[in-house]
Design a protein around this ligand. Structure first.
Ligand SMILES: [Zn+2]
Length: 307
């Protein structure tokens, strides 16, 4: 008997990442990590889960018991079923992942939206860098824009499961039409897809071109900066979290973007409201090598596992 593992799966548009941790020490070192390409579609996702869990068991030892499995996945998640995950080939018809997970473990299983899962997974990093924080949000600036919140130490799903889904909050009513049907949604500015409406390169190239004086790049960089700053301020004011962790490749690999957003927030902090409740000091840029997705997925079920 090799003992038991707790499994966290992070199913993304390009890869399925999986981590095995000890049920007795779920924020401790990973016992094994695997990654393989995502096969979109209902069968592809189910098979991807099975393949990843089996690969982890093989990596840890043949007699390993799977004590529980948590899954983070894009889209709308309700009671273990996921829908509206365009990058995974899922539409409005929910895909129930619970039967697949229950076929792989007799322990607890859980499924949650990937950004919410990542928020939970940031707990270990936070404990090392800002100990004692119970209220925080994770803002993911990726292809889209969404946040996850941990309030009073617990992940906030929300009454409808949509807590933190701020991408389609209207930012500019005179803005362009969003695929969702509204106009000027925040995601049209503060995300990779938003940036690509008017810029074909990377965010780094955008800020380099803006620095060099390209008028179109200056406008797009300003939109991106203002949109991200707005999202951060929203999270600082509405749930009033102590810290906002910003993740996503656009921010992690882009010092110019980080500097621009920080400068915007510091500027806003000079107002009456800003001086009373400053936002800029509450921002943390999470390094992109911190495995928050898989770790958070494992933490979804960690408390239910009997150690
Ligand atoms: Zn929208």
């Amino acid at each position: 008997m090799s003992g038991s593992i707790l499994v966290g799966l992070d199913i993304g548009g390009t890869s399925v990442k999986a981590m095995a941790v000890s049920p007795g020490d779920p924020t401790g070192p990973a016992l094994a990590e695997v990654r393989h390409r995502t096969e979109p579609g209902r069968e592809g996702i189910r098979d991807g889960i099975t393949t990843a869990v089996r690969a982890l068991v093989e990596a840890v030892g043949p007699a390993t018991d799977v004590a529980g499995i948590g899954v983070g996945i894009p889209g709308f998640v309700s009671r273990g079923a996921v829908s509206h995950a365009v990058n995974l080939g899922l539409g409005a018809e929910p895909l129930d992942l619970l039967p697949t997970l229950r076929g792989l473990t007799s322990g607890p299983v859980g499924v949650e939206n990937d950004v919410k899962t990542a928020a939970l997974g940031a707990r270990g990093w936070l404990a090392r860098h800002d100990a004692g924080i119970d209220d925080y949000a994770l803002l993911n600036v990726g292809t889209g824009l969404a946040a996850g919140m941990v309030l009073g130490g617990r992940l906030r799903a929300g009454a409808t499961g949509m807590a933190g889904e701020i991408g389609h909050l209207v930012f500019d009513r005179s803005g362009p039409v969003c695929p969702c049907g509204q106009t000027g949604c925040l995601e049209l500015y503060a995300s990779g897809s938003g940036m690509r409406r008017s810029w074909s390169g990377t965010a780094r190239q955008l800020f380099a071109a803006a620095e060099a004086g390209d008028a179109s790049a200056v406008r797009t960089a300003a939109d991106l900066t203002d949109g991200i700053a707005h999202a951060i301020t929203l999270l600082a004011h509405a749930p009033d979290v102590a810290l906002i962790l910003v993740t996503g490749g656009m921010a992690a690999r882009n010092p110019a973007l980080r500097a621009a957003v920080s400068a915007r927030l510091q500027h806003d902090d000079r107002t009456l409201v800003g001086r009373a409740v400053p936002v800029a000091p509450r921002v943390r840029w999470l390094p992109d090598d911190v495995a928050v997705g898989t770790r958070g997925a494992a933490l979804l079920v960690a408390e239910e596992v009997r150690v």
